[in-house]
Structures are given as structure tokens and as C-alpha cells.
Design a protein around this ligand. Structure first.
Ligand code: ZN
Ligand code: ZN
Length: 245
């Protein structure tokens, strides 16, 4: 087994709350500069920039196609998928439940940029990515699994938009494949506490700005930086493992 550093929660400029310089090539370069072998692009309720980031990464970096889904309960759930096609298929079902953005929305949240591998803006997402979908938590996790993804409870140690903040506890039978803790200086990760649920615990940056890429990450012990190896490592299969860095 080898060790690989992974930051599996990064937003692009498609997310209404992310900086406009979060372009596919800039994110790839920031990840390489941070020594990461693996990242995951997880924009709010969309996978629209995942294929472009994979193209920007080429074979220099494993850029997983993901999405940060907002459930009807306003719980953030990460879906990580084997490829951009399956991430996009899952995201299409989510986006279809979101209202159309209007002028007031764009004024408040800014543009939602769809980009190419070179960072050029190719278009704009017209639905409100910043709001909750109609998928309840159980349906959201089922959707991710139906598209062959893994479901990660996002930033469970945060006081808002986490499964713990919204439901009051971590639901042991929800079907999550892993738990993510947000990690930043001075912010308690509570990783040991959440490890008690028997699931893999990841540490991620939830980057919305280039300078945050790789500021938190997980160490995967596995054969190669691929989605299938990551799935096995989350289960602890055959000596594989994952821990917070
Ligand atoms: Zn979130
Ligand atoms: Zn996020």
C-alpha cells in the first residue's frame, strides 16, 4: 500500500459562494502545489465543472467527480462518483428540483459559472444552486448510491448545514459511507468523537478560495489514487485505510 493525500471537498466558481478564480486549471495547480494526489470537485447541487476539472488534471492528479447536495432538511451531503457522467446524471435529478434563478438571486449570489478545462467561462447555470433540493436525506443517499457513488456526511462538526446541526444527532442507519469533518486552525474537528460511528472519517478543506485548497486533507493508504481504491479504503478492505491528516 502507498499513502496518498486527498482533499475531497473543493468548490469551483460554479458554486454561488465560491471565488471566481476557482477555475479548473487553477484548482488543479493549487492541489499539485499542496502535494495532493487526489481531490474531489463538490459544487452545490451540481457536477457541471467536474469533467472540465478532470480534463485540466489529466494524469497529473486524480480529480474525482462529486457534488454537494443540499437535502430538503438543509443537510449537506457529498456524493463522490466513479466518473463525471454518473455525477452529472445524479446532479441532473437534483437540479431539476431547484427553482429558476432570477435577477435578485444573481445580485445576491453572483454568477454560477460553467467552465472549460482552460478556465474559460462557457455558460451559466440558471437554477438556484444555493437553495435546498426537494430530496430528503434518505432519498439523497439513495440517489447517490443509485448512481454508484459514495455518500459522505459533510462537515458534521459545523454548526449549520450538517446532518448533526439539522437533525440533532448523527443518524447511524442513514446509509452514509463516510463522515467528513471540517478542519481549520482553531476549529475543533471532533474526529475522534465521530469515529465512534464505525465509518471512515475524512478531513477536508471545503475550499471556496484557492488559498484553502489542501489546507485540510485525509491520508489514504491504498494501491493507487482511484475512485475504486477510495471506495475500498473507506471500507478498510484488505489493509487499506483512511485517516485525517
Ligand atoms: Zn456544505
Ligand atoms: Zn462545501
Amino acid at each position: 500500500m502507498k499513502q496518498f493525500l486527498a482533499d475531497l471537498h473543493i468548490h469551483t466558481a460554479l458554486s454561488p459562494c465560491a471565488a471566481e478564480d476557482m477555475t479548473p486549471p487553477a484548482i488543479v495547480q493549487a492541489a499539485l502545489d499542496s502535494g495532493l494526489a487526489m481531490i474531489a470537485i463538490c459544487d452545490h447541487n451540481s457536477a457541471g465543472n467536474t469533467a472540465a476539472t478532470q480534463a485540466a488534471a489529466g494524469d497529473r492528479l486524480c480529480a474525482l467527480a462529486g457534488m454537494e447536495l443540499t437535502t430538503a432538511e438543509e443537510v449537506h451531503v457529498l456524493g463522490l462518483f466513479p466518473d463525471a457522467a454518473r455525477a452529472s446524471a445524479a446532479a441532473a435529478e437534483v437540479v431539476a428540483t431547484l427553482p429558476q434563478a432570477d435577477a435578485a438571486y444573481y445580485e445576491r449570489f453572483g454568477p454560477q459559472q460553467l467552465m472549460g478545462a482552460d478556465g474559460r467561462v462557457l455558460g451559466f447555470e440558471r437554477r438556484m444552486l444555493a437553495v435546498a433540493s426537494t430530496f430528503e436525506l434518505s432519498a439523497a443517499i439513495a440517489l447517490i448510491h443509485r448512481h454508484d457513488g459514495v455518500a459522505v456526511a459533510a462537515h458534521v462538526n459545523r454548526p449549520s448545514f450538517s446532518v448533526v446541526s439539522q437533525l440533532g444527532m448523527f443518524p447511524p442507519d442513514a446509509g452514509f459511507d463516510a463522515i467528513e469533518v471540517f478542519s481549520a486552525p482553531g476549529f475543533p474537528s471532533r474526529a475522534a468523537e465521530f469515529a465512534g460511528h464505525g465509518l471512515a472519517v475524512l478531513s477536508s478543506s471545503d475550499s471556496h478560495f484557492l488559498g484553502d485548497v489542501g489546507s485540510a486533507c485525509s491520508v489514504f493508504e491504498m494501491r493507487a489514487p482511484t475512485f475504486e481504491e477510495l471506495r475500498l479504503a473507506m471500507r478498510g478492505a484488505d489493509g487499506r485505510a483512511v485517516r485525517c491528516a
